[in-house]
Design a protein around this ligand. Structure first.
Ligand code: ZN
Length: 377
């Protein structure tokens, strides 16, 4: 008898203590704003996501997984000792930037290690079959962090470290990292650029952040050539375009790669309300993407799926996207309705939800033309 499906949830109140400071741009002259604007990476985002999971009765149906504090040994599978030292020194001061736009406050070293350790704990639980799938609702995010510096609100690269954990501790030969954050996962791409054991697929808004990263012709090098798949999409691509991307590119490539674990770098900043990007995904879009990866995981690797939180900055909307992902993972009870979209009826009727734009179709064609060298798509 198969046991009941179990989905893990990593969350810890200490994530809410990660302090990015008062404003986004504090060191430019002349002052960009007369009044500081709150840093977009607010603790309220993951806090609200957790509260929504509680209010909708989702969290109580998930298995609590405690994060660990990632050790030096675990972090240095990717990061340089110099980066660890710098982060530790900044955390002992009043805080500062750990690289290029990745601020922490006093004590922030510990929170960043807890974020990496939360993703590690999720992967451990999935790889040991303690749970079938897991959502690591961690903070700070990770996918921009490079080996030697923090970047773009990310201090340590949680997904990279967790993928290496799956390989080194659990013997996984092939790990798929799908990054649907609206920005490009440059740190993750860099980690596996020449490595065919980790397939990195990123779907993101074309040339948004970081500049120069994530172009369609960035495919990896050496043995890793073909194991980096970049899918840059035009602003305004919504549910319909993303569904087409999953159907024609992501799902077929993922199935051919046949991963033993799927990690999703889940940024909910491709949402229709996000202040930092110009995509139009709604809750239905996040539900569809989650279902697609659950199906691939079921087919290829007994459902082993670990989702780790990346960005998502719409205070009143991104938490609903995260809660919807969690609800999709645990499944609806017989009398339960999916979370109602706060965007209202427009979520279903806006053009981006129903139409594949010409620009998006062309972007997909460009990806197919390049990736058909490596994959039967
Ligand atoms: Zn992002």
């Amino acid at each position: 008898m198969p046991r009941e499906r179990l989905v893990g949830l990593v969350f810890d109140d200490r994530y809410l203590t990660h302090n990015t400071g008062l404003d986004l741009i504090g060191d430019r002259f002349p002052y960009p704003f007369a009044e500081p604007i709150a840093h977009p990476s607010s603790p309220a985002l993951v806090g609200r996501a957790k509260h929504l999971m509680d209010l909708y009765g989702i969290a109580e149906r998930m298995q609590r997984i405690d994060p660990i504090i990632a050790s030096d040994e675990q972090l240095t599978v990717y990061h340089t000792p110099e980066h660890l030292t710098r982060v530790a020194e900044i955390a002992q001061s009043d805080g500062g930037d750990t690289g290029a736009g990745a601020p922490i406050g006093r004590g922030g070293d510990r929170v960043a290690r807890l974020a990496a350790g939360g993703t590690i704990a999720a992967v451990d639980a999935v790889m040991t079959s303690a749970v079938d799938a897991a959502y690591a609702l961690v903070r700070p995010p990770g996918h921009h962090a490079m080996a030697d510096e923090g970047m773009g609100f990310c201090v340590f690269n949680n997904a990279v470290i967790a993928a290496r954990q799956a390989q080194r501790t659990h013997g996984a030969q092939r790990v798929l990292i799908l990054d649907w954050d609206v920005h490009h996962g440059n740190g993750t791409q860099a980690a596996f650029w020449a490595d065919p054991s980790v397939l990195f697929i990123s779907v993101h808004q074309d040339d948004l952040y970081p500049s120069g990263w994530g172009a369609v012709d960035q495919v990896g090098i050496g043995e890793g050539e073909g194991f980096t798949v970049n899918i840059p999409l035009p602003a305004g691509t919504g549910n319909r375009g993303y569904a087409e991307v999953f159907r024609t590119i992501i799902v077929p490539i993922a199935r051919q790669f046949d991963p033993e674990l799927i990690i999703v770098s889940a940024g909910q900043d491709a949402s229709v309300y996000d202040p930092l990007a110009r995509m139009s995904l709604t809750l239905a879009g996040y539900r569809t993407m989650t279902e697609a990866m659950m199906a691939v995981a079921t087919e290829c690797c007994e459902g082993r799926l670990a989702i780790t939180q990346e960005g998502g900055y719409a205070a009143h909307y991104a938490p609903y996207c995260s809660a919807t992902i969690a609800q999709t993972l645990v499944g609806l009870l017989p009398d339960e309705e999916p979370i109602v979209d706060p965007y209202g009826e427009r979520a279903e009727t806006q053009p981006a939800s129903v139409e594949l734009s010409l620009d998006a179709a062309r972007a997909i064609e460009r990806v197919l033309a390049i990736q058909q060298r490596y994959w039967a798509i």
